[in-house]
Design a protein around this ligand. Structure first.
Ligand code: ZN
Length: 149
């Protein structure tokens, strides 16, 4: 963890420089004024997705889902609970694979729900199937021992 963290707003894609990630829970986006970590994983479009992966220096988890997917809907509360535990050390976002088909194709998504963990712009891990909040948190921490200690 660096002294200054680059945090990308999930609402507008604005890049914010935070002096200490520890105080980030109350921080607001300098561009749109929304909280940077609302506790509710935002459903992002292709542009904000790319900015989260490439411009933020936080690890990023993306939950790829679709409105017709029962297991995705079942996992939504667990994913939100995991965000409340993992943020602001890890950024959690959602991507609707029906609305953002080009991104889903680029990621090679075969089934949903699928979660992909990125760090430093690279895919670190990927898992498919619905998981509980505890399983999600453990899965992320198992792959990022340093960032989420
Ligand atoms: Zn913003």
């Amino acid at each position: 963890m660096t002294q200054q963290d680059l945090v990308v707003c999930s609402k507008c894609g604005g890049v914010n420089r935070l002096p200490a990630i520890r105080n980030a829970k109350a921080a607001k986006c300098g561009k749109c004024g929304n909280r940077l970590f609302s506790g509710h994983p935002e459903d992002v479009d292709a542009q904000v997705f790319d900015r989260q992966i490439t411009r933020s220096n936080l690890p990023v988890v993306v939950d790829i889902w679709a409105p017709w997917c029962g297991p995705c809907k079942m996992m939504a509360p667990a994913y939100e609970a995991a965000a409340q535990e993992l943020e602001p050390h890890v950024r959690l976002i959602k991507l609707n694979s029906d609305r953002e088909q080009a991104v889903a194709a680029r990621l090679g998504i075969r089934g949903i729900p699928t979660m992909i963990l990125f760090h430093g712009g690279q895919e670190v891990a990927r898992v498919s199937g619905a998981m509980s909040a505890g399983q999600i948190v453990r899965w992320v921490r198992d792959h990022l021992p340093m960032a989420t200690a």
